[in-house]
Design a protein around this ligand. Structure first.
Ligand SMILES: *[C@@H]1O[C@H](CO)[C@@H](O)[C@H](O)[C@H]1NC(C)=O
Ligand SMILES: *[C@@H]1O[C@H](CO)[C@@H](O)[C@H](O)[C@H]1NC(C)=O
Ligand SMILES: *[C@@H]1O[C@H](CO)[C@@H](O)[C@H](O)[C@H]1NC(C)=O
Ligand SMILES: *[C@@H]1O[C@H](CO)[C@@H](O)[C@H](O)[C@H]1NC(C)=O
Ligand SMILES: *[C@@H]1O[C@H](CO)[C@@H](O)[C@H](O)[C@H]1NC(C)=O
Length: 399
């Protein structure tokens, strides 16, 4: 019986080689442990480059953690045609060149975690035809550049948790046509338009703990066939018109526990096929005007939100968010202001005692008596409206 020669420096290797006929024993890089023809560990081996020529070409699982590869060059793994799983965790990786992983037709799982990588550059993963999961957690990624994932058509899951990403660029996720789940880190401050464009058949996308100035035009453009989309625990700033424009076929759209300064437009049309819109637990600092809301969805849930209980509350209760069931709405939503009713359920306060806004009253009056031309009266109403606005602005500053 042969004992694997000089390479047999560890008990593990001894055990394996005892059990394996010599004819199948290939070379194994000195820094590595070839558990079998298909499983190779080169952890903490002090490697500075991938020992491509010495690895068994049949390798399916390759672990190269805690070595020293500052750059993953193009075609770094070319030739490992049977590789299914690759780990590069804990390396000093600062750059992944385009097409770094080309030539790995069977690679399913790729893990690059706990590295100082700051940027995912264009085409870094291009050519991974059969990739299923890419783990990129616990890096220093600040930027996912356009086309970073181009050419990863079969990717199902992308995990980017625990990275200081502040900006998602246009076309950042382009190319992942079969993606099921994207896990993003907290702290995102900018989402460029068309960032998710081309994501077809997305299973689950959760955007949480963001600090945005606003949900801008075109952010969700091109997202189609989404099972579950949630935007939660974030400062959304102003929701602009057209933020959800050209997003279609969404089974469940959830806007949960956010702070929203204002809603300029919220526009869901039947053509977009949003099945269930859940608007829950949000703090809205300004009641949207009902003529700016168009909510054509199959099911609408608006509960546990906090709205200002000011003169605009009447238009809120008559508008599409309440959908004709004021009793239900006020029993399930709360006041955020004025201060003395902050946090109170709406049905604890006497809605009727809240005057209608002068704006609405004035409009009503004008419509009722078009021919009376009393500019003095209009001036007074305008002034009292301004006063009201100032009052609420002051309140908001305090809270
Ligand atoms: C990691 O890479 C950087 C730049 O490439 C280098 O300055 C640094 O010394 C490396 N650190 C280690 C532990 O190899
Ligand atoms: C891709 O992976 C799946 C599942 O492991 C496998 O059945 C299929 O043969 C692979 N395709 C290629 C081209 O290797
Ligand atoms: C909603 O969007 C449709 C289609 O983009 C547009 O025609 C319509 O004017 C919008 N309505 C509102 C209330 O924004
Ligand atoms: C709005 O109310 C109407 C009438 O009660 C109801 O038929 C419809 O389903 C409601 N719409 C939504 C989106 O819940
Ligand atoms: C309304 O009154 C002002 C001055 O009192 C006058 O200049 C204006 O032409 C009037 N407008 C109409 C529509 O009558």
């Amino acid at each position: 019986m042969h004992m694997g020669g000089v390479l047999a420096t560890s008990c593990w290797f001894l055990l394996i080689s005892v059990a394996t006929p010599t004819t199948l024993l290939p070379t194994c890089p000195l820094e590595c442990l070839c558990l079998s023809q298909t499983q190779v560990l080169c952890n903490s081996g002090g490697l500075t480059e991938v020992p491509l020529k010495l690895l068994p070409p049949t390798v399916e699982h390759l672990s190269l953690t805690r070595n020293n590869f500052p750059t993953i060059k193009s075609d770094s793994f070319a030739g490992l045609r049977h590789l299914k799983k690759l780990s590069l965790d804990g390396n000093n990786i600062s750059l992944i060149k385009p097409f770094a992983f080309r030539g790995l037709p069977k690679l399913r799982d790729l893990s690059i975690q706990h590295t100082p990588l700051e940027t995912v550059s264009p085409f870094a993963f291009a050519g991974l035809q059969n990739i299923s999961t890419i783990y990129l957690s616990y890096n220093k990624i600040k930027k996912v550049e356009s086309y970073a994932f181009a050419g990863t058509v079969s990717l199902k899951q992308l995990v980017l948790a625990h990275n200081p990403i502040s900006k998602l660029e246009t076309n950042a996720f382009t190319g992942m046509t079969e993606i099921d789940k994207i896990v993003l880190p907290s702290g995102i401050r900018t989402i460029e338009p068309d960032c998710f464009n081309g994501l077809d058949y997305l299973g689950h996308l959760q955007l949480a703990f963001m600090d945005l100035r606003g949900l801008k035009r075109g952010i969700f453009r091109g997202l189609t066939n989404v099972n579950y989309l949630s935007i939660q625990e974030s400062d959304l700033g102003n929701i602009e018109g057209d933020a959800f424009d050209e997003m279609a076929f969404v089974k469940s759209l959830n806007i949960l526990n956010n702070k929203i300064d204002s809603i300029q437009w919220l526009n869901f049309t039947w053509e977009q096929h949003v099945v269930h819109l859940r608007f829950q637990g949000n703090h809205i600092l300004e009641i949207p005007r009902s003529e700016t809301l168009l909510i054509e969805v199959e099911k609408l849930t608006v509960i546990q939100n906090h709205f200002p209980c000011d003169c605009h509350i009447h238009s809120l209760l008559d508008g599409p968010l309440a959908n004709g069931s004021m009793i239900n709405f006020i029993s399930k939503n709360y006041c955020i202001s004025p201060l003395e009713v902050n946090g109170m359920p709406m049905n604890n306060i006497d809605i009727d005692s809240i005057g209608r806004c002068q704006e609405e009253v004035t409009r009503g009056n004008l419509e009722a008596s078009k021919d009376t031309n009393n500019s003095a009266e209009r001036l007074t109403s305008f002034c009292s409206y301004l006063n009201l606005m100032l009052y609420f602005l002051k309140l908001l500053r305090i809270t």
